[in-house]
Design a protein around this ligand. Sequence first.
Ligand code: FAD
Ligand code: NAI
Length: 464
Amino acid sequence: MAIKISVIGGGPGGYVAAIRAAQLGAEVTLIEKNNLGGTCLNVGCIPTKALLHSAEVLEEAKNAGEYGIDLTVKGFDWNKVQAKKAAIVNQLVSGVAGLMKINKIKVVKGTAKIESAASVSVSSANGVQKVVGDKIIIASGSTPASAPIPGLKDNPNCIDSTGALSLDKVPQTLLVIGGGVIGIELATAYGIFGAKVVIIEALPKLLPMMDSELTNALIASLQKRGIQIIAQAKVVSIENSANGVKVNIEKDGKKEAFEAQKVLAAIGRRTDTETLGLDGAGIKHDRGRIIVDDNMQTNIKGIYAIGDCLGKVMLAHTASAQGEVAAENALGHNAKYDGKTSPSCVYTIPEFAGVGLTEDDAKAQKIDYIVGKFPLSANGKSLIANGGVGIVKVLLGKEYKEVLGVHILGPRATDIIGEAALAIGMEAAVEDIIETIHAHPTITEAVREGFLAAEKRAIHSVNK
Ligand code: FAD
Ligand code: NAI
């Protein structure tokens, strides 16, 4: 008899876990209270990147003259930008539904509550039904965290990322609270579409998980495009005003006010675990963040949890990787999740990506390291693509020259980082990368040059 697996949540964690379990012969039921594809496909990764791509097309069209192309750009049609985004989302969501069918996964609509490893109750408009099985994989994801700022809650001009993805028009002024990934990506898109954007960040450093030096370079490029960034500042309150809202901030003890048509609160995300009945089922959690071992199993045998609902690394590819591990373990394998090859990517212009340790991490962990850097101004393909804006930075262990971390600011950085993730996964050392021939002209050549620079033998730049 096939093992019966119930998966709660149809995002990139849950639907991938469901497919992997089905591949291994399980009879799978996937319970989803909203749309298949979860945050990622519906209100996360895909719609943001669709808006960013439209913005990039607009910017390229405006800059076409630089490349000898004579274009008159009349502007953009926001409804069509939104329609393009919706079409991409719908195609991918239907694709997931198709994958469920192909893999004979039963999809149940409704909100799941766990009774035991063998039973989940599902509530929907049609009443309550029980899904009975042998094991459960929880992949219930996350929702935007709400900021405890007076005047923000229930104010129609204050939106979260979901609201910011479906605005009916581009605001003239947008104040973003939080200089994390969401804040920076949406600031980039709306800035290009013509909004005057101000980012208010509480901490000294933006993009907490990214390399500081390259983050500073990205900030400089954001400022160059007119985005105002105020770090180490506190939003004290928000009031309604004639044109939208007035945002009162405090920086270095001084008060300042900004008028904005819209305020985007992007201060992080919280796990969506309240309706799961964790306490009733005896599942250990830390304020809603489900606790698992590296097999992705909770303290209850046969109940696994993956992705954003763990409240740790909230990335789609992390959720999917954990989903495969959980599914395999639920089917009797002994798979372990190891996040060391999981890249962090920020879809700005230029893109920013990193994998492994940052220099700050290496210092904090007292690891002896050496650094290699290569400017993209010396890379032909980058010069063609964006005028050579960007840098590759690599970190090697001092003694064995193993790859500790790779950080790239530049065109297609989010695609190129895959090579570095593979290098870290395979425990490659500097000579493995150097001995690999990289095609010309490509931006990947700059990655090899970064490694050569660490050995003080870069070909196309001065070795210091
Ligand atoms: P989710 O995708 O959140 O899916 C969870 C699903 O479970 C949801 O569909 C929910 O409805 C359902 N659910 C919850 N509770 C129940 C219940 N009790 N019963 C039934 N169903 C339930 N990550 C990246 O890697 N790259 C990006 O570029 C990126 N961009 C992002 C942009 C934005 C604006 C946002 C908000 C996020 C972005 N992320 C990105 C993060 C990414 O979307 C999440 O890390 C990813 O979706 C997590 O997958 P998940 O399966 O764990 O959860
Ligand atoms: P985040 O954690 O990346 O950044 C939130 C920022 O808000 C932090 O810098 C924090 O210091 C700041 N902040 C918190 N409270 C504040 C306050 N009151 N005032 C001012 N600043 C404040 O969270 P974000 O941007 O909301 O994104 C959530 C998660 O979604 C990310 O951590 C990431 O996991 C995922 N995501 C991933 C993307 C990608 O991979 N490209 C894109 C977008 C989101």
